[in-house]
Design a binder for this molecule. Structure first.
Ligand SMILES: *[C@@H]1O[C@H](CO)[C@@H](O)[C@H](O)[C@H]1NC(C)=O
Length: 809
């Protein structure tokens, strides 16, 4: 609790310093240094921190790592600390032993820990301490123990680094703190929980130098302390646990008289105060002429009754009164009695927050308030209705109250001619289209309307010169096009609404910061970046982006300005649809230009087809593709046929693979081209001039040759047609063909024969020619290979031939 109280206090001091830069800056620098010191110390601790808190330990564990720098043993049942407990922790800096059962402590146990800076033995049962505390100590907490007299003796005088000291005692003698009188403490905590009134004895105590003095009284006893404490150069005074009624009110005032006399007292903070309204007003009245500038009361409970008390608004140095967390146990009272005391305070800053108060009345005369903070009360729309005395008010915070009507809120500000900042966030404000136009104070620059139930029409009810507008977490679906122009608007926060698009900057000529996270923006307009030239910061993450072609331009633009301008880029920007792209960061989302541009697509496909067609045509013409195709076709057919040739056909006693019939005039080609190419592959060829048997008639020879050959090759040319013999040969071969039932005829067209030139008697040749079942000798050399392959394919290599001799015998 104490630590929390300390940090609360520290925060407060920083806050007040921000608002009052001129006052007491030296003091605050000291405090800041103190806080920074603690922070550094804490971050150091993390390195080798050992936490054994709340483990029901009855002694210090023996197996601690020797490098331990920070050891937490609080909330255990350790009854004592011995040398051997910390003997092997030479690097120990922080030791927390609060909430144990230690009764005596000898500082000598730390003689092997020369760096000990932080020692907390508060909330134990210490009655005695002895030995010299380590001079390195900065923080020593001995508070909430059973000391009768203050445990401060001569050895403490050497603690020149000491910044925090916590003590407890039930009895005081004026010079108890003399041994440390020369130290400059930052914080002195004194617990008076065990204090009891002593009849007739008026104790006194001189605390010499401390910046902050914190006194803790018994939490449930009526305030009864009668010690006359004086402190030099006190800056902050804090009192915790004050229970007052009308009877002991004067006792507290007497107690404070001496303490609050110093001219340096700047800040008075009271924690956990229970009081009657009468005593409370008396206390305020007493403090009014005192030098205190900041009075803070946290956790105030009002008991018994609230009646009208006479309050004299005398001259005061008080600047700010802060009352947070009020419990009111009085249910029936005249509201003026309570509220008028605050309303006419005539100070500059008033904070009343977390109270059950439902109202605040308008000050009677022109008020000095510049800052009013009414966070988390139950104020309604009637607050400051028709109030014209708050003409100096600059900041009004009505966060988390029960405001409902935006129009009435605007009306409230009408006479607050200095109002610059208005915070009405976390109410139930809606913006139903009201009959009248809203009448905001023209001076408003910052307006916080976040976390209400405002809809699109809020844009018709806004202060004309507003620069910063917070509308996050409302119910806005779109920003109407015909809104009043907010030319001064620089920062607009519309996060957590239901907007489907980014607003253009047409109506917000000065917009430089836009927050539109967590909306329903799926395909933001491309022209946002064009229209909003002054944008410095855009936060548009966590929207359900639809990753289609339309989004490409936006991604391109956002990519160009990303970095400092786009907040949360790239992590918070992800595709939500289509399903296939869900979760993909926008940064990694790419679509080819082709799939997004129909014209481009058509042009590309057309061009590709055209090029293909050109290539085909070129190949057709240049390489005579039809010839190749025909050859390929024939070749495959022949291969097929050759495979299907019946066995007995092959078994026939053949002597030659091929008989070649040709005109004498084509003999050069036959001998130079055909023969070498066939015989190269072992094909045996029968030529009439080579293999005709002498003595036999020509016709006999022809028939013999054809019958002894597996196939007959005819070399067709215009010469062939003119040769009579050739005609015979063709006839016999054809004859053979018909009688044997196999097609063993191969026609090679060496030179084209015009159809008309074939004499009519060669009807067979004509028929074969029209069927185009001939092989055409290509003129180009490059085609010869395929020609020969095609020809050779006609001959089955499996054929078994008999030699001429065998036949002859
Ligand atoms: C508006 O108020 C909310 C809390 O209610 C706060 O979080 C936010 O920062 C405030 N906006 C501005 C611009 O101060």
């Amino acid at each position: 609790m104490k630590q929390m109280v300390q940090s609360l206090w520290a925060n407060h001091c920083i806050m007040t310093r921000d608002r009052e830069p001129a006052a007491g800056s030296f003091r605050f620098v000291c405090i800041l240094v103190f806080i920074v010191g603690i922070t550094i110390q804490f971050s150091d601790e993390l390195e080798s921190a050992v936490d054994y808190s709340n483990r029901n330990l009855t002694r210090v564990p023996k197996d601690l790592p020797p490098g331990t720098k920070s050891l937490n043993l609080s909330q255990n049942s350790i009854p004592e600390l011995q040398v051997s407990d910390v003997r092997y922790l030479p690097e120990l800096r922080v030791l927390r032993l609060s909430h144990n059962r230690i009764q005596t402590l000898d500082f000598g146990v730390f003689k092997f820990s020369p760096d000990l800076e932080y020692l907390d033995v508060s909330h134990n049962q210490l009655r005695n301490i002895s030995g010299c505390p380590a001079v390195s100590l900065k923080h020593l907490d001995l508070s909430f123990n059973n000391f009768v007299l203050l445990p401060v003796y001569k050895g403490f005088g050497d603690l020149t680094h000491l910044s925090f000291l916590g003590l407890s005692a039930t009895k005081f003698r004026q010079l108890d703190l003399l041994p440390i009188a020369h130290l400059h403490l930052n914080y002195l905590l004194l617990d008076l929980v065990g204090y009891q009134v002593k009849d007739g004895e008026n104790e006194s105590l001189e605390v010499l130098n401390t910046n902050t003095f914190h006194l803790v009284f018994h939490p449930s006893s009526l305030f009864s302390v009668q010690v006359n404490i004086t402190v030099n150069a006190l800056g902050c005074l804090q009192l915790s646990n004050i229970k007052l009624n009308d009877g002991n009110c004067q006792r507290l005032i007497t107690f404070l008289s001496e303490l609050t006399r110093g001219p340096t007292l700047f800040n008075l903070t009271l924690h956990h105060v229970e009081t009657t309204w009468k005593c409370f007003v008396e206390l305020l009245q007493f403090l009014r002429p005192r030098p205190v500038e900041y009075l803070n009361i946290y956790n105030l409970t009002i008991i018994e009754s609230i009646n009208h008390e006479n309050f004299i608004y005398s001259k005061t140095t008080l600047k700010a009164l802060t009352i947070e967390h009020v419990t009111n146990q009085v249910f029936i009272f005249v509201k003026e009695a309570l509220y008028s005391v605050f309303a006419d305070m005539n100070i500059t800053m008033l904070t009343l927050s977390r109270t059950p108060f439902i109202h605040m009345i308008c000050p009677q005369s022109p008020s000095t308030f510049t800052f009013l903070n009414f966070t988390q009360n139950v104020f309604t729309d009637s607050i400051f209705h028709n109030c014209s005395t708050l003409r100096r008010l600059e900041t009004l915070i009505l966060q988390k109250n029960s405001l409902k009507n935006l129009f009435k809120v605007s009306l409230m500000t009408k006479n607050m001619v200095s109002l610059e900042t208005l915070d009405v966030s976390l109410n139930s404000l809606d913006s139903h289209a009201y009959e009248e136009t809203c009448s905001w104070a023209e001076s408003i620059l910052v307006l916080n309307l976040s976390s209400n139930v405002l809809t699109d029409s809020v844009f018709r009810c806004l202060p004309p010169k507003v620069k910063v507008l917070d509308l996050h977490n409302n119910r806005i679906m779109s920003i109407p096009k015909d809104i009043t122009y907010l030319q001064a608007l620089q920062e607009l926060n519309v996060a957590f609404n239901s907007l489907v698009d980014l607003p253009g900057c047409g109506a917000f000529g000065s917009l430089s910061v836009l927050v539109i996270e967590h909306n329903s923006v799926s395909h933001p307009s491309v022209d946002f970046f064009q229209s909003c030239q002054k944008i410095r910061s855009l936060a548009a993450g966590n929207n359900p982006f639809r990753c289609t072609c339309e989004l490409r331009e936006f991604i391109k633009n956002i990519g160009h300005v990303s970095g400092e301008v786009v907040e949360g880029w790239p992590d918070s920007y992800r595709c939500d649809s289509p399903e296939s792209a869900k979760g993909t960061p926008l940064q990694d989302f790419h679509m080819s230009p082709l799939s997004c541009d129909t014209v481009l697509l058509i042009v590309t496909v057309g061009a590709t087809l055209l090029v293909l067609a050109a290539i085909v045509a070129f190949l057709w013409l240049y390489f005579d593709l039809p010839w190749y195709l025909r050859m390929m076709c024939q070749w495959t057919q022949t291969r097929h046929r050759a495979r299907n040739v019946p066995e007995e056909e092959l078994q026939r006693k053949l002597q030659f693979h091929a008989f070649v019939s040709y005109s004498e005039r084509d003999s050069t080609w036959v001998k130079n081209e055909l023969l070498p190419n066939l015989e190269k592959d072992g094909i045996r060829v029968c030529l009439h001039e080579r293999n005709f048997i002498p003595g036999k008639s020509i016709v006999e020879n022809i028939i013999h040759s054809i019958e002894k050959s597996y196939k007959s090759i005819f070399v067709l040319s215009p010469h062939f047609i003119q040769s009579e013999w050739c005609h015979y040969e063709l006839y016999f071969a054809h004859h053979n063909l018909f009688h044997e039932g196999s097609d063993n005829l191969i026609l090679i067209l060496l030179e084209p024969i015009p159809q008309d030139n074939i004499p009519s008697r060669y009807h067979k040749l004509r028929a074969l020619m029209t069927q185009r079942t001939y092989l055409e000798w290509p003129a180009e050399k490059s085609k010869h290979g395929l020609f020969w392959a095609n020809l050779r394919a006609s001959f089955s290599t499996k054929l078994i031939l008999v030699s001429e001799e065998d036949v002859g015998t």
